[in-house]
Write a protein that binds this ligand. Structure first.
Ligand code: BG6
Length: 328
């Protein structure tokens, strides 16, 4: 594989032509090309200068996901409100939780990571084959001492992250190792906020969510059960599906082409999946989203652990990740 590092951007490609681009800012994957085609959506108005989290690609969310104000407000009132079940589904932190002063979606996506180099891939895809030409694995690191003073104050835990991005002929794997290097336990959430490049949202279906419980952020985080075997996206969609079996792939398919699978996403250690499309009004409302109509060309299917908290004891490590197979 060829690897280049220029202006805080790491690019790797395989002899067969596949490539991946990762910005050290956020360790954000901004491009994944396979079969000559871009697989990830990147907003034309995305900031690539480190001034704002990148709108597109795969921003990494850690140590906390967004808490919608409506849900937080409900949580504040929860003591007075006996019927607070739907709040538990979403799992917001108590107002005094260690993460409550962090920015939306935490600090990982807007911190400057370091490139740790490439390492031997242990991808199942390449096991037993001549590895070197079939896969490339890039490792990125972030630790407490690398954070801005503001983030260090907001989340005062000694942690170490290693984020690995592995490219093979038709898969992209992203996995995160979280280490607690301090003396106190901490709690965290993780989300791999993947923006898939989609030709036409009206043709897309999302499968293997049927009968799963989800919290619907467009309806105040209320809890529902998915009834559709092939979910169509026809309006603003912002849902957290819970308690999924990580080994069962989430399939994004094209209803136009006989339900042809476009992507399949399996996970490890990540039992939640967020499905998000801002639709027209919200797309217009985001300064870094463009063009406005591009909501038709993207879908976020985000593998995560966000409906509750992972507790990491002093000295312990946690690992989770996703493997995306492209069928394009
Ligand atoms: C999704 C959330 O994960 O991310 C949405 O479910 C949110 O509610 C979206 O709007 C984008 O978030 P941000 O912080 O990148 O604008």
């Amino acid at each position: 594989p060829t690897i280049s590092i220029k202006d805080n951007v790491v690019e790797a490609s395989l002899p067969s032509g596949e490539s991946v681009t990762v910005q050290l800012y956020g360790a954000t994957v901004t491009s994944w090309k396979c079969n000559g085609q871009e697989q990830l959506f990147l907003s034309q108005k995305a900031h690539l200068d480190g001034s704002k989290p990148i709108r597109g690609g795969i921003p990494l969310v850690f140590p906390v996901r967004s808490i919608p104000p409506a849900v937080l407000a409900k949580h504040h009132n929860a003591h007075a409100d006996a019927d607070a079940d739907d709040i538990q589904v979403f799992g917001p932190p108590p107002p005094n939780h260690a993460t409550s002063s962090l920015p939306q979606h935490g600090f990982a996506r807007n911190s400057n990571w370091e490139f740790l180099g490439k390492s031997a891939s242990e991808s199942a895809e390449t096991a037993g084959k001549a590895k070197a030409d079939l896969a490339v694995k890039l490792d990125f690191g972030l630790s407490h001492s690398m954070l801005t003073e503001e983030s260090r104050k907001s989340w005062p835990f000694e942690f170490g992250l290693v984020y690995s991005v592995t490219l093979t002929k038709d898969t992209l794997e992203t996995s995160l190792q979280v280490r607690n290097e301090g003396k106190q336990n901490f709690e965290f959430q993780v989300l791999m906020h993947t923006y898939f490049d989609i030709q036409d949202i009206s043709n897309v279906r999302v499968k293997n969510l049927e009968s799963k419980i989800y919290a619907d952020k467009t309806r105040n985080g209320s809890s529902h059960t998915e009834t559709s075997a092939a979910l169509a996206i026809t309006e603003e969609t912002d849902r957290v599906y819970k308690e999924l079996d990580p080994a069962v792939p989430i399939i994004i398919s094209s209803a136009k082409d006989d339900d042809k699978p476009l992507f399949s996403i399996t996970r490890e250690g990540l039992t939640d999946v967020v499905v998000w499309n801002p639709w027209i009004e919200k797309a217009k409302g985001m300064a870094d989203f463009g063009p406005d109509e591009a909501y038709q060309n993207m879908l976020c299917v985000e593998a995560g652990a966000v409906s509750g908290w992972q507790t990491l004891e002093a000295g312990e490590a946690w690992e989770g990740g996703q493997s995306i197979k492209s069928r394009l």
